[in-house]
Design a protein around this ligand. Structure first.
Ligand code: NA7
Length: 538
């Protein structure tokens, strides 16, 4: 029997986005299939198995909100749940709603070509399997393409070496091992904190330090979970009103209306509060204006100085090149205390850059570091990386890669001109890269699904955004980004990645919409209410 190849909708990716997307389509009776590159579902939570991987979002704001039954049945055990539990949750959802039968695994899409005459997409996997579909919806994630440095000799290392994204599935005993971690972003900080007291010796290769503040994780008791369950409506309503879609809302008392002592007392509270309170519950001025940002940065620097015993080492861990919150804020659990341990050593790459990887470790300009394991916590080709890996050919054979050569260009982060019937959940220039991810994608999946329904009901077969609508959205994305102190930051939010050509220092890209969840939701709602009049349909 030959396998069915033609579907009305193909969904790319069985992560957080793809799971909800297929649920909505199946409920509507749409003939749809998910193609997943990996051998199982879960996306980010399937892959990132490194020790310490966990939510920075309160767990109960990360779960899906669409099903009361699901909310009733699932118990979160920690305020910031770890990766194994998160993967278990996504499997629970897929199994509960029978979604696995609508997924093909080991189906890494290599190319997607628009066939105008047939008004359909021709999708081919790396193994040569061909599918066709009227609509394609991507749910390929914002942090799904890991990037490694390009140091000479990387292949010659005789020990174990891997990117955190590819941390081995089989248990890895690090007891007594000499481990090197390159990178101190959110991932590096999680892994370093977790393994510091488990390895023989840990060397952290830091190029630029990041600001980082306590996660303040704690278990969730049964009674607390019952209370959370009773408040789910309020919790999700609170997220819907918060710019970053967390349970934290900015403090609008006015930075200058308080004395410095009052501000510090407030920051002491935030420093001891869970999650992103210190970012999302802070004064908005901290992220928008130089002087408040400097005062806040100095406050956090002093907290680091209190926690790291060696003053010279503390200074090396304090960022000097960017202000607090202007890059993605990693949250930590005893990260700074790790450096007080005798078996943990910071290798400052600003003093002695890496020259090469050798058979036995890492050579810097001044030292030879003998290692058993090298961990590349070196980040991702964020937000647009998943698209760069696909050969997407639109109208008249235009390549999406060519169109987006200098940065993405979309209408609402969901569609792009010249690529009909292509919808992107968590696409570039949406809020998915800049807010609490599941809150953003639920809104996007709902919008996308309702659009597909609308197109079908109107008897149309093709749509794409007008060039003018797309241009207007790109201008809005730029306008908002230019208001933030983060606009020049060397972080993945703004497309920086030293390991990807075209993303190095000095290149500013407009990859995400920073206007906040509530504003974005209202823009989507308006677009739908106005009959999607910015989309050309036929
Ligand atoms: P990030 O935040 O992009 O951090 C990557 C880190 O790796 C950062 O410290 C980089 O230093 C460092 N890096 C990257 N390339 C190199 C080379 N070639 N040499 C030395 N150091 C290097 O990625 P994460 O995985 O930590 O976090 C990504 C998101 O995943 C995170 O925000 C969460 O949402 C989940 P640099 O700053 O470039 O000097």
């Amino acid at each position: 029997m030959t396998e069915k190849q033609d579907y009305e909708v193909l969904v790319l990716g069985a992560g957080v986005s793809g799971i909800y997307q297929i649920k909505r389509l199946v409920d509507l009776g749409v003939d749809a299939l998910v193609l997943e590159a990996d051998d199982d579902l879960g996306g980010t939570w399937y892959r990132n198995r490194y020790p310490g991987a966990r939510f920075d979002s309160e767990s109960y704001t990360y779960g899906y909100s669409f099903s009361k039954e699901l909310l009733d049945e699932w118990d979160w055990r920690e305020r910031f749940s770890p990766q194994p539990e998160n993967l278990r949750y996504l499997n629970f959802v897929a199994d509960k709603f029978g979604l696995r039968q609508h997924m093909h695994f080991n189906a890494r899409v290599a190319s997607m070509h628009w066939q105008e005459a047939k008004c359909q997409w021709r999708v081919e996997t790396q193994t040569g399997q061909v599918y066709t579909a009227r609509f394609v919806i991507t749910g390929i994630g914002v942090l799904s393409v890991p990037t490694e440095p390009r140091y000479p000799g990387m292949d010659s290392f005789k020990g174990q070496a891997f990117h955190t994204y590819w941390w081995p599935k089989e248990p890895l005993d690090l007891t007594g091992k000499r481990v090197g971690v390159i990178g101190t972003g959110a991932t590096g900080i999680q892994v370093i904190s977790e393994i510091a007291d488990k390895v023989g010796e840990l060397k952290v290769f830091q190029r630029r330090p990041n600001w980082s503040t306590p996660l303040n994780n704690s278990p969730i008791s049964t009674a607390e979970m019952d209370d959370i369950r009773a408040r789910y409506d309020d919790i999700f309503a609170q997220c819907a009103e918060s710019p970053n879609s967390f349970v934290h809302t900015p403090d609008r008392r006015g930075f200058d209306n308080l004395t410095k002592a009052e501000r510090i007392a407030f920051w002491d509270e935030l420093y001891a509060s869970p999650g992103f309170a210190i970012l999302a519950g802070n004064f908005p001025e901290v992220l928008m204006q130089e002087a408040p940002n400097q005062e806040m940065s100095e406050y956090v620097a002093n907290r680091i100085r209190e926690r790291v015993k060696d003053p010279a080492l503390a200074e090396k861990l304090i960022p000097k090149d960017h202000g607090f919150g202007t890059q993605r804020l990693p949250l930590e659990t005893r990260y700074f205390e790790a450096y007080n341990r005798d078996n943990v050593h910071l290798v400052d790459l600003q003093d002695s850059p890496i020259e090469c990887i050798t058979q036995t470790g890492i050579r810097t300009t001044t030292d030879e570091h003998e290692l058993d394991v090298i961990v590349y916590a070196t980040g991702f080709n964020a937000i647009t990386g998943g698209f760069d890996k696909l050969e997407v050919k639109g109208v008249d054979g235009q390549l999406l890669g060519d169109k987006w050569k200098d940065g993405p260009s979309t209408y609402l982060g969901l569609t792009t001109h010249g690529f009909p019937n292509l919808l992107m959940v968590a696409g570039p220039q949406s809020v998915s890269g800049s807010t609490n991810f599941p809150r953003a994608i639920e809104g996007a999946v709902d919008w996308v699904t309702e659009l597909v329904q609308h197109v079908r009901e109107q008897g149309h077969t093709r749509f794409e955004p007008s060039q003018e609508a797309e241009q207007a959205w790109v201008e809005e994305v730029k306008r908002v980004q230019q208001k933030l102190l983060a606009r020049q930051s060397q972080g993945w939010f703004t497309g920086y990645n030293s390991n990807v050509v075209g993303h190095e220092v000095g290149t500013v890209r407009y990859q995400a919409y920073f206007g906040g969840g509530p504003k974005y939701a209202s823009i989507l709602k308006k677009a739908a209410a106005e009959g999607y009049d910015q989309l050309e349909m036929s």
